[in-house]
Design a protein around this ligand. Structure first.
Ligand SMILES: C[C@@]1(CC(=O)O)C2=NC(=C\c3[nH]c(c(CCC(=O)O)c3CC(=O)O)Cc3[nH]c(c(CC(=O)O)c3CCC(=O)O)/C=C3\N/C(=C\2)[C@@H](CCC(=O)O)[C@]3(C)CC(=O)O)/[C@H]1CCC(=O)O
Ligand SMILES: NC(=O)c1ccc[n+]([C@@H]2O[C@H](COP(=O)([O-])OP(=O)(O)OC[C@H]3O[C@@H](n4cnc5c(N)ncnc54)[C@H](O)[C@@H]3O)[C@@H](O)[C@H]2O)c1
Length: 218
C-alpha cells in the first residue's frame, strides 16, 4: 500500500458503527469533512462535530444510505461482519472509497487504511504497519509526537525564507542550498523551538550568514 494525502474539505464521510472505533474515525475526519455516523447505539464517546443518526441498517439497506449522502469515503466500523461486507461492496460498486476497521489483509482497489497520524501543522506524519500491528502504529505515533515538535514552525519558517529569497532574486539552486542549510541547522531549530527570536530575526540571521559568505545572489 502506498500512502497518499487526501483533502476532505467540503466532502462527506459516512461512518457505520458508533463504538469506540467509529468515534475515533468520526473525530479524525470531522477535522475537514462533514461526518455522518449511523448506528443503533452510541457509546459515551466523543464523536466530534459529527451528525449522529440512530438506525441499524441491515446488509440490504446500507446502499441506500450511501446513495442518500453521496460520501467521498465510507467507514465500516460495526461489529457485524455482514453489514461491514455489504458496506464494502456497495461503496466499491459506486466508486466510493471504503475503510474497513475489521480487516487488515486482502484489500481491493478503493479500500483505504487509516494510519496513525501526528500533526504539527502544516507538517503531518503517518504510520502504518501493513495491518500487522496497529498497537505498534499507536506506540510509534506517540514517540513521533515528541520528535517532530517544532517541525510545523520550521515549515512555516522555510516558506517565509523562500519567499524572501525569491523577492531578492536569489537563483533557484542557491535558494535550495540556503533552505536546506536552514533545515539542517541546529541553531535555527533551537531558535524556532525556544521562541526567543521571531521568524523575521531568524531569517535575517540566515541571510546575513548565507549571502555574505560568498553565495551568488542571482
Ligand atoms: C492506527 C489506527 C488508526 C485509527 O484507527 O484511527 C488503526 N488502529 C488503531 C488502533 C488499534 N487497532 C487495534 C488495536 C488493538 C491492538 C492490536 O490488535 O494491535 C489498536 C490499539 C489501540 O486501540 O490502542 C485492533 C485492530 N485494528 C484493526 C484490526 C482488524 C485486523 O487487523 O484484522 C484490529 C483487531 C480487531 C480485533 O482483534 O477484533 C485494523 C486496522 N487498524 C488500523 C488503524 C488499520 C491498520 C493500520 C496499520 O497498518 O497499522 C486497519 C487495518 C484498518 C483501519 O482501521 O484503517 C489506530 C491507532 C490510532 C492512534 O492511537 O494513533
Ligand atoms: N481499526 C481499529 O482500530 C479496530 C480496533 C478494534 C476493533 N476493530 C474492529 O472494528 C469493529 C468496531 O470496533 P468497536 O470497538 O468500535 O466495536 P463496538 O462493538 O464497540 O461497536 C460497534 C458499533 O456498531 C454498531 N452497529 C451494530 N450493527 C450496526 C448496523 N447494522 N449499522 C450501524 N451500526 C451498527 C453497534 O451499535 C456499535 O455501536 C470491531 O468489531 C473490530 O472488528 C478495529
Amino acid at each position: 500500500m502506498i500512502p497518499l494525502l487526501h483533502d476532505f474539505t467540503d466532502a462527506t464521510v459516512l461512518v457505520f458503527g458508533g463504538g469506540p472505533v467509529g468515534a475515533r474515525k468520526a473525530r479524525r475526519f470531522a477535522r475537514e469533512a462533514t461526518v455522518i455516523v449511523v448506528s443503533p447505539t452510541f457509546t459515551d464517546r466523543d464523536f466530534g462535530p459529527s451528525e449522529r443518526v440512530r438506525a441499524a441498517p441491515g446488509p440490504t439497506e446500507v446502499a441506500a444510505w450511501i446513495d442518500r449522502t453521496s460520501p467521498a469515503l465510507v467507514v465500516a466500523a460495526t461489529d457485524d461482519r455482514d453489514v461491514n461486507d455489504a458496506v464494502d461492496e456497495a461503496a466499491r460498486a459506486r466508486d466510493v472509497l471504503v475503510n474497513r476497521a475489521d480487516r487488515s489483509g486482502g484489500r481491493d482497489f478503493g479500500s483505504v487504511v487509516v494510519p496513525a497520524t501526528v500533526r504539527d501543522d502544516p507538517v503531518v506524519v503517518s504510520v502504518a504497519t501493513g495491518g500487522r500491528a496497529p498497537a505498534l502504529s499507536r506506540y510509534l505515533r506517540r514517540e513521533l509526537e515528541e520528535s517532530i515538535s517544532g517541525a510545523g514552525s520550521m515549515a512555516t519558517f522555510c516558506a517565509e525564507l523562500r519567499r524572501e529569497l525569491k523577492s531578492r532574486n536569489v537563483s533557484s539552486s542557491r535558494r535550495q542550498e540556503i533552505v536546506t542549510d536552514a533545515v539542517n541547522s541546529p541553531a535555527v531549530w533551537t531558535a524556532l523551538r525556544s521562541g526567543t527570536s521571531n521568524d523575521r530575526q531568524v531569517i535575517e540571521d540566515v541571510l546575513d550568514e548565507e549571502l555574505s559568505t560568498g553565495g551568488e545572489s542571482t
